[in-house]
Design a protein around this ligand. Structure first.
Ligand code: ADE
Length: 237
C-alpha cells in the first residue's frame, strides 16, 4: 500500500506513524511518499499562498501550485493497475469513520492525501480534482485544526489497521469498538488488586462463556451511557 502525502510541512512525516505497529510495517507492508507543495511554486520566492479575493483574514493556497503538486503525486502511481484514492483533509468534508477507513484501505492502489493549511485552498482546484479525479473531502470531526497534517496521520493510522498483516493479531480489528456497533468493554491486567480495587471476579473465573457475556453486557452499558446515538442504531438493527 503506497500512501502519498501532499503538504507544505514535509518534516511532520512520518511523525507518529514511525512508531508502534505502523512504524514496524513502514517500508515493508506500506510505503510513505511525501510531496512538498513548495517544490511546485512558480516564482522565485516559492510562493504557495496569496490573499483571498473579497478580502478577509489569512491566506489561501494557490490553485496552480496545489494542482502541480497533486499532478506530480498522481504520476507516482503511473505503473499501478488502477487509480489511488485521492483525499483532501478539510473540516468541510464528510466525517471520517471506521467504515470509511475500511473502504479507502480496500483500494490496493493506495492513496494520496492533500493537507490544506491557512484559511483554505482555492476552491477551483478542489472542484477540479473532485470532478476529474474523484477526490473526496474528509473531516476527522467537528473541530478546526491548523492544518490537514494531523488529520492525515489519523486517517492513515485508521486505514493501516485494515491492511492485512499490519495488526499483530488479525482478529483484533474485528473485535474492536465500532465493528460490532458497540464500544469496547473494559480491560484489566496484573496485579489483581491495585489501590484496594479488585479486578471483576468473573475475569478470574476461567469460565469463558461467562466472561463473554459479561463483556457484551459491559459494552452495551458503556455504549448506552456514552454514545446514545450508537446505542440507538444498535438496538434498531
Ligand atoms: N483541517 C483542519 N481541521 C480539520 C479537520 N477537523 N478534519 C480534517 N482536516 C482538517
Amino acid at each position: 500500500m503506497l500512501i502519498t502525502v501532499v503538504t507544505i510541512f514535509p518534516e511532520m512525516f512520518p511523525g507518529a506513524l514511525a512508531f508502534s505497529l505502523p512504524g514496524k510495517a513502514l517500508g515493508k507492508l506500506w510505503d510513505l511518499q511525501i510531496v512538498n507543495i513548495r517544490d511546485f511554486a512558480k516564482d522565485r520566492h516559492n510562493t504557495v499562498d496569496d490573499t483571498p479575493y473579497g478580502g478577509g483574514a489569512g491566506m489561501v493556497m494557490k490553485a496552480d501550485v496545489v494542482d502541480a503538486a497533486l499532478t506530480h503525486a498522481l504520476s507516482i502511481y503511473d505503473g499501478a493497475p488502477g487509480k489511488p484514492e485521492i483525499i483532501f483533509m478539510t473540516p468541510r468534508g464528510t466525517v471520517f469513520s471506521d467504515d470509511v477507513a475500511r473502504e479507502i484501505s480496500g483500494n490496493k492502489n493506495g492513496m494520496i492525501i492533500l493537507c490544506g493549511r491557512y484559511e483554505g485552498v482555492d476552491q477551483r482546484v478542489v472542484d477540479y480534482w473532485k470532478e476529474q479525479h474523484g477526490m473526496r473531502e474528509i473531516s476527522i470531526g467537528d473541530y478546526v485544526l491548523f492544518g490537514g497534517e494531523l488529520p492525515a496521520m489519523v486517517v492513515i493510522d485508521a486505514c493501516l489497521r485494515f491492511v492485512p498483516g499490519i495488526m499483530g493479531n488479525a482478529t483484533s480489528t474485528e473485535d474492536e469498538s465500532f465493528t460490532a456497533g458497540l464500544l469496547e468493554y473494559p480491560q484489566y491486567t496484573k496485579p489483581a488488586i491495585w489501590r484496594e480495587r479488585a479486578v471483576p471476579d468473573v475475569l478470574l473465573s476461567g469460565n469463558h462463556g461467562e466472561i463473554s457475556s459479561w463483556r457484551v453486557a459491559q459494552s452495551q452499558e458503556i455504549t448506552r451511557q456514552n454514545r446514545p446515538d450508537l446505542w440507538e442504531q444498535y438496538v434498531e438493527q
